[in-house]
Design a protein around this ligand. Structure first.
Ligand SMILES: [Fe+2]
Ligand SMILES: [Fe+2]
Length: 133
């Protein structure tokens, strides 16, 4: 496994994840049609699930000590996303800019604090592993 590539992958995945969430904010603010909004929401749910799993895999691999609290944050966001998606697709509740912005805010904070901390730890771990041979 190319460990250096994995960190680049995480950064790239964050860009996609944030891009989708910003697209969701834009859709909510200009009142995009239902199909388009649903499409972005579905993509964000699937993509976030995949991203969180791959991040958690790297945490397991490197013995990250804050795994549990970090994974709880992932679960929390997935729950928020699935609730909003469910309300929109099944219950017919409107998807508001307020909801989109709450998701964006959560994600920005998560990436800026929790993911940053893990990435720093992981980079050190890779360095230590390389030094140990
Ligand atoms: Fe994370
Ligand atoms: Fe992340």
């Amino acid at each position: 496994m190319n460990l250096r590539l994995d960190l680049n992958d995480i950064d790239a995945e964050h860009h996609v994840q944030l891009g989708l969430t910003q697209a969701l904010c834009a859709a909510a603010s200009y009142g995009a049609d239902e199909t388009r909004t649903q499409e972005i929401l579905d993509q964000l749910v699937v993509y976030s699930d995949m991203h969180f799993l791959s991040e958690q895999l790297l945490m397991r691999l490197s013995g990250y000590p804050d795994y549990d609290s970090h994974a709880l944050q992932h679960d929390d966001l997935m729950e928020q996303l699935e609730t909003v998606n469910q309300q929109y697709s099944s219950a017919g509740e409107p998807f508001t800019l307020l909801k989109a912005k709450a998701i964006l805010e959560f994600l920005v904070n998560h990436i800026g604090a929790h993911d940053r901390r893990f990435i720093d730890y992981y980079r050190d771990w890779v360095r230590r592993s390389a030094a140990d041979g």
